[in-house]
Design a protein around this ligand. Structure first.
Ligand code: AMP
Ligand code: MG
Length: 349
């Protein structure tokens, strides 16, 4: 199969036609690029799983373009919380988990009786959903396990020859996937942090829980609430370690030097203001704050592979606000290899 890349404006008509014919198309959203198909057509949705190499027990998010499209996808009456959150944050990077109606094929929800629904805040995504006239099921447009794509070039790296069309809409603004919020739990529970933070949700609902798995590996035998969180994710090829706490910069420099002495090509991931602290060492800057770290993170992880980096040592960011989403992705990219320094250890660095 030949994969065409078209500028979003000129490509929407072609993308619409493909979606209507049960094909798969990559398109930009404000979070990351999505790999979309008609959510109501099981055979079309199967093609998403095949193109990504995605395990069949990992459900897809259903994307809509108007509020009126939500109720038919949900079983029973819409909870008030859903209406309030949609009003506050849609269109935007928030996915709501609700009981699914019979219209959602089992392949979309991976056999669960719930469905994740989101209204993206990107003109191309909205125009495509509207023109196709159906909800679009779309996971991130990477091969399973790879960092999510935030440019059309990233999508092409993973999907060349596997899908017919990529709509190029430039770089994604948020840069990490949507917040996944389970509205079937009481209180509502964040299963995956993203651009809509727990604080913002609590501002609307009064309170919200954050699932333990957000910053910790699953314990053995633990039931996973968000199936996607159990897989190795976002992983660059090089071994990655995150260092946090007192004296982290010294320890990061030490781990870098140790790797280079052992003949490995190493690189540091750091916030922009800290780059000078690492002297002549190879550093990729993540921007000045958690928001820009989120926007740059996946591109940085992909560049590590392009630069042939074998050892990555990353700074941590405080896990507040958008920092929670950044740490959630960093920890998975590092397969939870996290070094936490206490003040006493500072002297050793
Ligand atoms: P992706 O589409 O690659 O951004 O991944 C979608 C994420 O949403 C995965 O982590 C899924 O496990 C999660 N998700 C989607 N639908 C549900 C659902 N019904 N219940 C819980 N998590 C879900
Ligand atoms: Mg994904």
């Amino acid at each position: 199969m030949i994969t065409r890349v078209l500028q979003a404006g000129e490509g929407i008509a072609r993308a619409t036609e493909l979606i209507r014919r049960g094909q798969v198309v990559a398109f930009p959203t404000e979070t990351v690029y999505g790999l979309g198909a008609n959510a109501l057509d099981p055979a079309a949705v199967e093609k998403i799983f095949a193109a990504k190499g995605r395990p069949g027990d990992n459900p897809l998010i259903v994307h809509i373009a108007g509020l009126e499209e939500m109720a038919p996808l949900v079983q029973g009456e819409l909870p008030e919380a859903a209406a309030l959150l949609a009003e506050a944050f849609w269109p935007g990077p928030l996915t709501l988990i609700l009981p699914k109606s019979h219209r959602i094929p089992d392949v979309v929800s991976a056999g669960l009786d719930t469905v994740g629904i989101r209204m993206p805040d990107h003109p191309v995504a909205r125009a495509l959903i509207r023109a196709a006239g159906v909800p679009i099921a779309a996971p991130s447009a990477n091969r399973s396990g790879r960092p999510s794509p935030t440019t059309a070039r990233h999508v092409l790296q993973d999907m060349a020859g596997r899908i017919p069309l990529i709509l190029d809409g430039g770089s994604c603004g948020v840069g990490v996937e949507s917040t996944v919020l389970d509205l079937c739990s009481r209180p509502a529970r964040v299963l995956r942090p993203g651009g809509v933070t727990p604080g913002m949700i609590a501002g609307v609902l009064g309170s919200v829980d954050v699932d333990e798995s957000v910053l910790q590996p699953l314990k053995e035998g633990e039931t996973v609430r968000s199936p996607g969180m159990k897989y190795k994710h976002y992983a660059p090829r090089g071994r990655m370690t995150i260092v946090q706490g007192a004296g982290a910069q010294g320890e990061i420099a030490r781990l870098y030097d140790e790797a280079e002495r052992a003949g490995q090509r190493a690189c540091i991931l750091a916030l922009e203001g800290n780059v000078p602290a690492y002297g002549e060492r190879r550093v990729l800057a993540l921007g000045a704050d958690a928001e820009s770290a989120a926007a740059k993170l996946f591109a940085a992880l992909r560049s590590m592979d392009e630069l042939g980096i074998q050892r990555i040592i990353s700074e941590a960011v405080p896990p507040n606000g958008m920092g929670l989403a950044v740490m959630n992705r960093l920890e998975r990219a590092a397969a939870f290899d996290l070094v936490s320094l206490t003040p006493e250890e500072k002297g050793n660095c």
